[in-house]
Design a protein around this ligand. Structure first.
Ligand SMILES: NC(=O)c1ccc[n+]([C@@H]2O[C@H](COP(=O)([O-])OP(=O)(O)OC[C@H]3O[C@@H](n4cnc5c(N)ncnc54)[C@H](OP(=O)(O)O)[C@@H]3O)[C@@H](O)[C@H]2O)c1
Length: 306
């Protein structure tokens, strides 16, 4: 059956490969990618590389709640007008990692939390009523949410949970302008993504699965581009060598794993955490119902949904 999936973070890195692969594998798929600027060139590349022309774009700067709302409204118009077949999925793959934790969005929110957590919360909330079953919502999280050396290779500090309304505020701590604070905000945002998936699993209608996907360590993407010249050089030229070891995954393999999840494989129960292509347990800390409810309610308030 012809169907639509909306995806963030398809413009480069893991998401680009996943989008091409998902389009290539399914001729029934209509993919709508969100982009920060004009998306015609991106869509043309996705169509060319996949051989599937059923791809379109909507503008969405995820660091702006108004922009996210406008994107969801535009998708709604296209679905209502019959320009798109039924919506059966959402992939929240966009993410950023900054080298400071004091940057504010136009809404006054800490940027990492705003993009990685709130933008996806708002998109899912606004699109949820239009989703037809069976459907799957996939949100990309990260190994770094665990916080130990095996999972972060010493590159990203462990998450530090605080009340969600505090996490959403640009940091004013003495270290707010440091890479350590920025990367901690990143790992904490990815822990928040797993909490959101657990809450979504309880709240989405039957037949709509929520899955948290952890790609593993995928060097060579644009994720560390906010770092200095040395960080970028190491990230681009040295760390990709790790993809030849079990410590890391190359971007083509990671994109393939995400494309499989988009296509419904592996089959998992809603609320599952999938690392690469297999279900496993996320960190012990990531299972916390009280925290998950508090995050949901705070996210609703911050997104103007409450
Ligand atoms: N690489 C890894 O080792 C790794 C490990 C675990 C998890 N992840 C996660 O995997 C996902 C993809 O990351 P990647 O490694 O492929 O990084 P990437 O190459 O930097 O891709 C990030 C994507 O997010 C989009 N994005 C970032 N900020 C945005 C904003 N404000 N508004 C709209 N779109 C925005 C980017 O769009 P633009 O092109 O407009 O910048 C791009 O499409 C992220 O969620 C990341 O946290 C990556």
């Amino acid at each position: 059956m012809q169907h639509t999936i909306v995806m963030t973070g398809a413009s480069r890195g893991i998401g680009y490969v996943a989008a091409v692969e998902a389009l290539r594998r399914s001729r029934d798929l209509h993919l709508v990618v969100t982009t920060r600027g004009p998306g015609d060139a991106l869509v043309a590349r996705l169509a060319r590389d996949s051989g599937n022309p059923q791809v379109g774009w909507v503008g969405a700067e995820l660091a702006s709640l108004a922009s996210v709302r406008a994107a969801a409204a535009e998708v709604g118009r296209r679905l209502d007008g019959g320009a798109l077949p039924p919506l059966t999925g959402f992939v929240g793959n966009a993410g950023l990692q900054l080298t400071r934790a004091d940057r504010a969005t136009v809404d006054g929110l800490e940027e990492t939390f705003a993009v990685n957590v709130l933008a996806h919360h708002l998109l899912v909330r606004l699109l949820a009523e239009r989703i037809t079953t069976p459907a799957r919502v996939v949100l990309t999280t990260s190994d770094t949410h665990v916080g130990d050396l095996r999972h972060n290779l010493g590159l990203v500090p462990a998450p530090r949970w605080r009340a969600p309304l505090e996490l959403a505020r640009p940091s004013t701590a003495p270290d707010a302008g440091t890479a350590t604070a920025g990367r901690r905000a990143y790992s904490t945002s990815k822990l928040a993504v797993i909490h959101l998936v657990h809450e979504l699993a309880r709240r989405l209608p039957p037949g709509v699965e929520a899955v948290a996907w952890n790609p593993g360590f995928v060097p060579g993407t644009g994720l560390t581009r906010d770092g200095g010249t040395l960080t970028r050089l190491v990230a681009r030229h040295l760390l990709p060598l790790l993809a030849r070891t079990p410590l890391a995954v190359d971007v083509v393999t990671a994109g393939g794993h995400l494309a499989s999840l988009i296509g419904g494989r592996p089959a998992v129960a809603t609320g599952a955490y999938v690392t690469k292509d297999a279900e496993e347990r996320s960190s012990a800390e990531s299972y916390d119902r009280a925290r998950e409810r508090e995050l949901w309610e705070a996210a609703d308030r911050l997104c103007g949904l409450a």
